[in-house]
Design a protein around this ligand. Structure first.
Ligand code: SAH
Length: 237
């Protein structure tokens, strides 16, 4: 926990918060601050700053907070990600959040096992917890939006164009395509395939919607590494 991430319900008045639950356990067992110690804090979807410990007890921790600086700028890259296995999804969401992505569209595709959509990780509360953990690690406050599109064709035909808007459209596909680095710095939407890859028909569908192929190098990467590498390459100035 590199950031004490606060939510509006933590505030007991305009400058004081009381936190409990998981954050309290972490404070008591790991960080062990003393009264007067200042921790980095941030308001969910709001500014960053400091929280100065007033009192730490078994029932809660109270802080005086000053939140006055902006969170890190969001990544201009949004992802369209074919749903991987739950374990890999968790890592991919974490990597994407750590690298500042704020919009993730999870889609179905031919090589996505239908059972993956049943994962408890996609339950709204559970998903939110995962994203909050990653924000705390990243020292960011802006919660990514994760949207599920469980049918490939309707997504491609009815939604994708409006979602992508005027942003540059790219699809990562092994073995073909241009250099990702040349797309740096501009708003873009990047599609990544499932663990088995996109089938040719799907690559074609994206192509018809203006998505141009990009390569991430000669080696085939796992989904979570492909996510991290693509966002990393695009993040470097
Ligand atoms: N078995 C698949 C690989 C899937 S890897 C195949 O051989 O095609 C999962 C996804 O990560 C791919 O669909 C692609 O979007 C991305 N990816 C992995 N390695 C890549 C590379 N070298 N270049 C471009 N995209 C890559």
């Amino acid at each position: 926990m590199n950031l004490l991430l606060l939510q509006s319900e933590d505030f007991i008045d305009s400058r004081r918060v009381r936190v409990g639950g998981r954050r309290l356990t972490h404070l008591r067992e790991v960080l062990r601050p003393a009264p007067g110690d200042a921790l980095r804090a941030g308001l969910l979807d709001g500014p960053l700053g400091t929280a100065t410990l007033l009192h730490l007890g078994a029932e809660g921790a109270e802080f005086a907070v000053q939140l006055d600086s902006p969170p890190p700028p969001p990544s201009p890259v949004s992802l369209v990600l074919a749903l991987p296995r739950p374990k890999v999804l968790r890592r991919a969401l974490r990597a994407a959040t750590l690298l500042g992505t704020k919009e993730i569209h999870l889609i179905h595709s031919w090589r996505v096992d239908k059972s993956y959509w049943q994962t408890p990780l996609l339950a709204p509360q559970r998903l939110r917890e995962e994203l909050l953990l990653a924000l705390e690690l990243a020292r960011d406050t802006m919660l990514p939006r994760v949207l599920s599109h469980r049918r490939f064709k309707p997504f491609i035909e009815d939604e994708l164009d409006a979602i992508a808007g005027t942003r540059q459209r790219l699809i990562a596909h092994p073995g073909v395509g241009g250099d990702l680095a040349s797309a740096r710095g501009q708003p873009l939407i990047l599609a990544l395939g499932p663990e088995g890859g996109f089938i040719p028909y799907e690559v074609e569908c994206f192509g018809q919607r203006g998505f141009t192929p990009v390569s991430l190098g000669e080696r085939i990467l796992s989904v979570e590494v492909a996510v991290a590498m693509a966002l990393g390459v695009l993040a470097l100035a």
